[in-house]
Design a protein around this ligand. Sequence first.
Ligand SMILES: Cc1ncc(COP(=O)(O)O)c(C=O)c1O
Length: 327
Amino acid sequence: MPEYSPETLVYFENDFVHLRDAKVPILTHALNYGTGVFEGISGYWSADDQDLFLLRPDDHYRRWKNNCRMLQIEPALPAARLTEITAELIRLNHFQSDVYIRPICYMSTPRIGVRPDGKFQFAIVAIPFGVYLPSDAGIRACIASWRRIEDTAIPTRAKICGGYVNSVLATAEAHANGFDEAIFLSEDGHVAEGATCNLFIVRNGKLITPAPSDNILEGITRQCVIELARHEMHMETVERSIDRSELYAADEVFMTGTAVEIAPVTSIDRRQIGLGGVGVVTGKLRELYREASHGKIADYHHWLQPVYQPVMASLLKATPIEDPTLV
Ligand SMILES: Cc1ncc(COP(=O)(O)O)c(C=O)c1O
């Protein structure tokens, strides 16, 4: 779980400051009305490479900027520059462990009244992060009594702060009832996703996941799974609606997300899924995802942005080697 130190440096109001100094006033529009848009990005420490790899940071920042645009509060910096700031933040903190990065852009005016005035700020926080949801042996899920917000109410493909009340309510209910994770149905009764993750089933050798039009967040881990399944396992993913009872009938169910990674679901509503363990397809995808995100598969190096290597490379270039026999 995360360790917060007030000494951690964060990017706040266009500067690197200590976490303890990154504060917003009580009347901030986003705090009162949920008018912020956030992201979640993973960084994996590789002891073999002595480097920290950001996983698809440009894709996350592009999604963030698109989502911010829905609230008309888009930061002017391009995705590549936001990735550079994130790498710099990690270097300044000297992190040598897995990290979770939380960019957030929010309506910043401290004033009562919902009318937006176009003013916003953004911040990027990186913190050391352990296992978010222990899932090696599988997790127990339940169907939430709360329905997934509809895109006609709050854009569901955007990570809008206010929309996460939906996830908080479902998670609280699941935990109070002894489950690890909640699964949302949409208003029309089809499976949408987990409280903070997407959902896949394996049925008769097919990988199936709800389509974006089923009010899901278009997850980047979901996209990684679709790519890994296609290229490494020759399995195409079918994007279509899933019924509640089809979950119970599935051979395998798993959840995907930046924080949960790939979590096998071994029971839903106390009904065993498949053989009740980690399924073959899920197990293989977990292995591939772990290797790809840790720089172990050359074909997926383009997913990764190393944090320390570029600086080391430029230092080496800048230092002339006087005795070439020492190389
Ligand atoms: C509601 C919701 N669905 C799905 C996801 C998974 O998205 P990603 O894989 O991009 O982290 C998340 C996590 O960000 C989420 O909060």
